[in-house]
Write a protein that binds this ligand. Structure first.
Ligand code: NAD
Length: 480
C-alpha cells in the first residue's frame, strides 16, 4: 500500500481528520507528462471561453463551501468563519481572474511610421505550484487561477500540514475543467523537489519560508520563479493615529488572525513614546473584545491553536527569552469556556513590552500569537527602524491624515503598505502583492499577478523593410 500523510486536528491532537496519499517521484513524472500533453489543447481554447470554464469550476467549489470550511478548520486550527472567508475570497479571486485575464493578456498591436509591432503573450507550459499550510486554498488559487487563465496547465503541491481541504478544492475544480489541466500531488520536500526539478516544468510559483525557497530555487535552476516568502511587517502608528476601539480591534486581529501565522501579519508595533500608555490601554481593551482563544469550530472563537507542537514550543520559547531579557508579556483576550486548551497546540496571545529592536522576537518573523510593542520619538527614526530588516513584505501606517500616511508609506521598504489597516482587511483583488528585499520576487493579485503566467513576445516588421518601404543599410542600428 502507498504511504499516506495523516493529518490530526491541532485543537484536539488525538483526532484524525483525514489522510492523503504521498505522491512518489514516478507518479509526479506521470502527472507532469499528462499536464504537458493537455497544455496545447487548453491554450487553444479562446481566452474568454477558458474564463467561462474557470467560472463553472468556481461554482462547483461554491456548492461545497460549508463542508470544505469545516475540513479546513479541523486540519489547520483556523476558526471556521476564517476558513469560510478564505474559501469565499479565493472563489471571488478566481472569478475576477476569469474575467480580467482576457483583458490583461490580449494582444496589442501598433502600426505607425516605425513599423508594425505586435505584443503577444504566450503561456509558459506546465506550472509547478508549491504552497504552505497557513492559507492553503487562497494561496493555491492565486497560482491556479492566473496560470490556467493564461493557458498554462498546473500541478499543485500543498503542504503536508494542511493538504485535505485543498485536495478536495483542486479535485472539484479539475472535475469542471478539461482532463489533466489541473493536478494535485502530495508530500513533503521530496515530492516538491521532484516536481520543481522536472524537465517539463516551465514556471515555478512558491509560497513559504526562506529555507524551502532556497531549495526550490536551486531545484528550479534556470526555470523562472515567483517566490512569496516571509515578512516581519512593521506597524507605524503616527502621533495622530486614531486609537479608538474600532481601529484598535482591526489592529489586534492584524496580528492575531490565524494565531499570528500569516506572512503579512502585523509583527512589530511602533508607537510614539508620548502615547504608549494610552495605546497599551486601548490595545488591551480591544483585545478583550475581539480575541477569543478556543476550538476553531466553537461559536465566537477568533483564534485557534498553532499548527504543531513544535510551533507552540518555538513561540513559548521566544516569549520566555523576551521576558528573560527584561521584557514583560501582557496577556491578551479571553479563552472560550467550552474548550479544553490542554488538548491542543494552544498558545495564549501576548503583547510584549520593554524590548529593544535586537530582541529575536522583534528582529525575526515570530509567526505566532505574540507581538512586540516598541516606542519611538520621531518620524525619521521610526522609518529607519522599520526599514532596518532584511524582509520587506508588508507594513502599515496609521494616521488620521491620509496624505501624511501616504508620504510615510512611500518611504517604507515593503511590497505592500496598508493605510489604517493591516493584513487581510487591507487586501484588494486589483492590488499586486509581493515582497521586496528578502521577502521574495514576483507578484500575486492584480494585473501583475496575471501577467506573471504569460511570456511577453514581440513580432516586429520595421517600416523600412515593409513592401514599399524606403529600405535601409544592412548594418545600421535603428534610430527609434
Ligand atoms: P515551508 O517553507 O515550510 O513550506 C512551504 C511549502 O514548501 C510546503 O508545501 C513544503 O512541503 C514545501 N517544501 C519544503 N521544502 C521543500 C523543498 N526542499 N523542495 C520543494 N518544496 C519544499 O512554509 P510553511 O511553514 O508551510 O509556511 C510558513 C512560511 O510561509 C512563513 O515564512 C510565511 O511567512 C510564509 N508565507 C508567505 C506568504 C506570502 O504570500 N509571501 C504567504 C503565506 C506564508
Amino acid at each position: 500500500m502507498s504511504e499516506r500523510i495523516s493529518r490530526y486536528n491541532p485543537a484536539r491532537v488525538r483526532e484524525l481528520v483525514g489522510t492523503v496519499p504521498v505522491t512518489g517521484a514516478e507518479q509526479v513524472d506521470a502527472v507532469v507528462h499528462a499536464a504537458a500533453a493537455a497544455q496545447r489543447g487548453w491554450a487553444g481554447i479562446e481566452a474568454v471561453a477558458r474564463g467561462a470554464l474557470l467560472r463553472a469550476a468556481a461554482d462547483a467549489v461554491e456548492a461545497q463551501v460549508e463542508t470544505l470550511a469545516e475540513l479546513l478548520a479541523r486540519e489547520s486550527g483556523k476558526p471556521r468563519a476564517d476558513c469560510r472567508g478564505e474559501l469565499g475570497f479565493a472563489l471571488t479571486f478566481l472569478r475576477w481572474v476569469a474575467d480580467r485575464a482576457p483583458v490583461v493578456l490580449a494582444d496589442a498591436e501598433t502600426d505607425d511610421g516605425a513599423g508594425r509591432l505586435l505584443l503577444t503573450r504566450r503561456p509558459y507550459g506546465v506550472v509547478a505550484a508549491i504552497t504552505p499550510w497557513n492559507a492553503p486554498v487562497i494561496l493555491s488559487l492565486l497560482k491556479i487561477g492566473p496560470a490556467l487563465a493564461a493557458g498554462n496547465t498546473i500541478v499543485v503541491k500543498p503542504s503536508p500540514l494542511a493538504p485535505l481541504a485543498i485536495d478536495r478544492v483542486v479535485r472539484l475544480l479539475a472535475g469542471a475543467l478539461p482532463a489533466d489541466v489541473l493536478h494535485v500531488v502530495h508530500g513533503d520536500a521530496a515530492t516538491g523537489a521532484a516536481l520543481v526539478g522536472h524537465p517539463l516544468i516551465r514556471k515555478v510559483a512558491f509560497t513559504g519560508g526562506e529555507q524551502a525557497a532556497r531549495a526550490v530555487a536551486a531545484a528550479a535552476g534556470t526555470t523562472p520563479t515567483v517566490l512569496e516568502l516571509g515578512g516581519n511587517d512593521p506597524v507605524l502608528l503616527l502621533d495622530d493615529a486614531d486609537l479608538s476601539p474600532e481601529p484598535m480591534r482591526r489592529l489586534v486581529m492584524a496580528s492575531f488572525a490565524t494565531s499570528g501565522q500569516v506572512c503579512m501579519a502585523a509583527k512589530r508595533l511602533y508607537v510614539p513614546r508620548a502615547r504608549r500608555d494610552e495605546f497599551t490601554d486601548a490595545y488591551l481593551r480591544a483585545a478583550e473584545e475581539v480575541l477569543c482563544l478556543g476550538d476553531p469550530l466553537a461559536d465566537g472563537v477568533t483564534m485557534g491553536p498553532v499548527i504543531t507542537a513544535e510551533a507552540a514550543a518555538r513561540v513559548h520559547a521566544l516569549v520566555a527569552a523576551a521576558v528573560a531579557r527584561g521584557g514583560s508579556a501582557l496577556a491578551l483576550g479571553r479563552a472560550d469556556a467550552g474548550t479544553d486548551l490542554s488538548g491542543g497546540h494552544f498558545v495564549a496571545p501576548t503583547l510584549l513590552v520593554g524590548l529593544a529592536d535586537d530582541d529575536p522576537v522583534v528582529a525575526y518573523e515570530q509567526f505566532g500569537p505574540t507581538v512586540p510593542l516598541l516606542v519611538y520619538d520621531d518620524e525619521d527614526e521610526v522609518v529607519a527602524r522599520a526599514n532596518a530588516d532584511e524582509l520587506g513584505l508588508g507594513a502599515s501606517v496609521w494616521s488620521v491624515d491620509e496624505q501624511r500616511a501616504f508620504r510615510v508609506a512611500k518611504r517604507l521598504e515593503a511590497g505592500f503598505v496598508f493605510v489604517n489597516t493591516h493584513n487581510r482587511t487591507g487586501m484588494a483583488l486589483r492590488a499586486p502583492f509581493g515582497g521586496v528585499k528578502r521577502s521574495g520576487h514576483g507578484r500575486e493579485y492584480g494585473d501583475a499577478g496575471i501577467a506573471e503566467y504569460a511570456q511577453l513576445c514581440s513580432v516586429h516588421a520595421p517600416a523600412a523593410f515593409r513592401p514599399g518601404g524606403t529600405g535601409a543599410s544592412a548594418t545600421a542600428y535603428p534610430t527609434a
